[in-house]
Design a protein around this ligand. Structure first.
Ligand code: ADP
Length: 156
């Protein structure tokens, strides 16, 4: 059985994240999506809300489990029995960073990273961009999954 772990901040989850999760769920027997807790940063959305949003968006994907992750990603991967880490790549900027992170995780955890390239229509989408649009009260269609858009009305 092939299993992967997709770690991220998902603050908030975007259509780009969900596309990667959906495609990975067709490639792997099981996909764990971990919302990683970063104690050094105050998140835009609390961890409970990010977990809830991802669970809502992944409801139809029976082989996807959303969980909270703390500590080192490689330790979590081991605990989940993951064969590989999963990351999404938008362009050259992501590619360089992701390659460095993949090399580090291979060195310290002995685990490979599988990267899926973004679909072109999601290449401009990021959580940072979504937070800006929320702040200015702009349209979130095409940036956030439609199931979670209502909760961001009047949230800027
Ligand atoms: P992190 O803080 O760990 O980068 P993010 O939530 O920002 O967490 O991203 C999680 C993963 O999703 C990363 O691999 C990132 O490159 C990928 N990702 C983010 N946005 C997109 C997108 N639009 N298309 C494909 N992958 C994406």
């Amino acid at each position: 059985m092939s299993t992967c772990l997709f770690p991220g901040s998902f603050d908030p989850p975007t259509v780009g994240h969900i596309d990667i999760i959906r495609r990975a769920s067709a490639l792997f027997d099981h996909v764990y999506v971990a919302v990683m807790v970063n104690t050094a940063k105050t998140p835009f959305c609390p961890i409970e809300e990010r977990l809830d949003m991802l669970r809502t968006c992944c409801r139809g994907l029976k082989n996807v489990t959303v969980l909270e992750g703390r500590g080192m990603t490689v330790d979590l991967a081991k605990a989940c029995g993951a064969d590989a880490l999963l990351r999404g790549v938008r362009g050259e900027a992501d590619g360089g960073q992701e390659a460095a992170m993949a090399a580090l995780n291979a060195r310290i955890g002995g685990i490979d990273t599988v990267a899926l390239f973004t679909a072109p229509e999601y290449s401009f989408v990021s959580s940072t961009f979504a937070r800006d649009v929320i702040h200015y009260g702009g349209k979130l269609e095409g940036i956030l999954p439609k199931e979670i858009i209502p909760r961001f009305k009047n949230r800027g």
